[in-house]
Write a protein that binds this ligand. Structure first.
Ligand code: AMP
Ligand code: MG
Length: 396
């Protein structure tokens, strides 16, 4: 049995080289840029007014209040026709080009109207005020965004400004999800004695969707070699195959055997984690296989602890990694084991405290609906007393 850290280090070393794809600008939101992007123009492209006001010569308002003659009005999108000469001004709107001869803009609020074509400037102001100069944000040809930048809406806007309509991003991995078990029925069926509904496929699909990935549900594979072989073969067409169930030591736990037969190299099949010990990780060519234990909380935890950070690295999306913090535990925690525990718990922001939910073990997904965090208890530590600090992984 290997430790959580050893398991993670093995997974990291097996992550495939990122694939690159080209998409349109809006499709690239929440992806990671796979190329450097350079500007095709200066930003701003011309000297422009940052305010609604009056374009003038700073020298003319040294002895403000002064009156200036308004010789033209320019709005955004217009090019001024006249030049500003001593004693004159051009009324200018935000975003309009600065006229020839003007070196400063005075805000409308700092003036008052005198007559139709005369304005009084009330106070003097620094030369160059309220002008956004050509290329002050960015020079033509300069690098706007570097390869490996995660694209949020502000990056999308910047790419729009430089006319980038299509761009290269890292392709998000495709995911197949298979549940295994003879006892499972689909959710539209009322279970007969000894049957249970397949909930894992839906929990896992929800977790995968939250990572921004597309997935396909390949349904339930029965605990026999032919059905498992058929479904797993299909699942291996995807970048990531997630299986649940059939990886314990039971008589009908055949998943490992089938994976091997299909040419999947297995790296480990047990991790010192609770819940989730019988966790199998393998790879065939560039296709990763995560075969999780069938108990609903086990598969939920393994997906958060291992699959999520792996997807974060493959798709270059650092925001997928859930924050870890330390918080004060509100009750003693006695049940220390030789495995690292991830206990469904409630983190309370106001008191920065953590309280384990009372649950009935790794089958009890209902209790997890009350949790918003996982309390992390390292292996073989001394039991925690009330108010001790404990590590917490926030789920939302
Ligand atoms: P296994 O890992 O196949 O031994 O399954 C462990 C436990 O998890 C058993 O009680 C199964 O019935 C249950 N289980 C397995 N697969 C699922 C599933 N897809 N949905 C809900 N429970 C499951
Ligand atoms: Mg089973």
């Amino acid at each position: 049995m290997i430790s959580v850290n050893e398991a993670w280090n093995i997974i990291v070393r097996q992550l495939p080289v990122k694939k690159i794809t080209e998409v349109s600008l809006l499709e690239s939101l929440d992806s990671t840029l796979a190329e450097d992007v350079f500007s095709d123009l200066d930003l701003p492209p011309f000297d422009k007014s940052a305010m609604d006001g009056y374009a003038l010569r700073a020298a003319d308002i040294k002895n403000a209040p002064v009156e200036l003659e308004i010789i033209e009005v320019v709005s955004a999108g217009q090019v001024p026709v006249k030049a500003v000469k001593p004693g004159k001004t051009i009324k200018i709107m935000t975003g309009a080009p600065i006229p020839q001869g003007a070196d400063t803009v005075v805000r409308i609020e700092d003036t008052e109207a005198v007559k139709n074509n005369t304005v009084r400037v009330l106070a003097t102001i620094k030369k160059g005020a309220n002008i956004a100069y050509q290329a002050e944000e960015l020079k033509e040809g300069a690098k706007v965004l570097s390869k490996d930048t995660f694209l949020r809406s502000q990056e999308i806007g910047v790419l729009a400004s430089v006319g980038k309509q299509r761009l290269k991003i890292y392709q998000k991995p495709t995911v197949a999800i298979i549940s295994t078990g003879d006892e499972l029925v689909e959710i539209n069926v009322k279970p007969q004695p000894a049957q249970i509904r397949n909930s894992n496929s839906y929990t896992t699909a929800g977790q995968i969707a939250k990572m921004g990935l597309n997935y396909e549900l390949l349904g339930i594979a029965r605990d026999n070699l032919s059905d498992l072989t058929e479904k797993i073969s299909r699942g291996l067409q995807f970048d990531i195959l997630v299986l649940t169930g059939g990886v314990s030591v039971g008589e009908f736990d055949l998943v490992e055997q089938v994976l091997k037969k299909l040419g999947v190299k297995l790296f480990f099949d047990q991790v010192a984690i609770k819940p989730g010990k019988p966790f199998v990780f393998g790879k065939k060519e560039d296709h990763l296989v995560f075969a999780l234990p069938g108990n609903p909380v086990s598969s939920f935890v393994i997906t958060e602890v291992f699959i999520r950070p792996a997807v974060s690295m493959i798709s270059g999306n650092p925001s997928l990694v859930k924050p870890k913090i330390f918080a004060k535990i509100t009750e003693p925690f006695q049940k220390i084991t030789n495995r690292q525990q991830y206990v469904p718990a409630v983190f309370e922001q106001q008191t920065f405290s953590i309280t384990p939910v009372h649950w009935h073990g790794s089958a009890d997904l209902v209790s997890v609906t009350h949790a918003n965090a996982l309390l992390i208890i390292p292996p073989n530590i001394t039991p925690l007393k009330q108010d001790d600090q404990a590590e917490v992984m926030l789920l939302e």
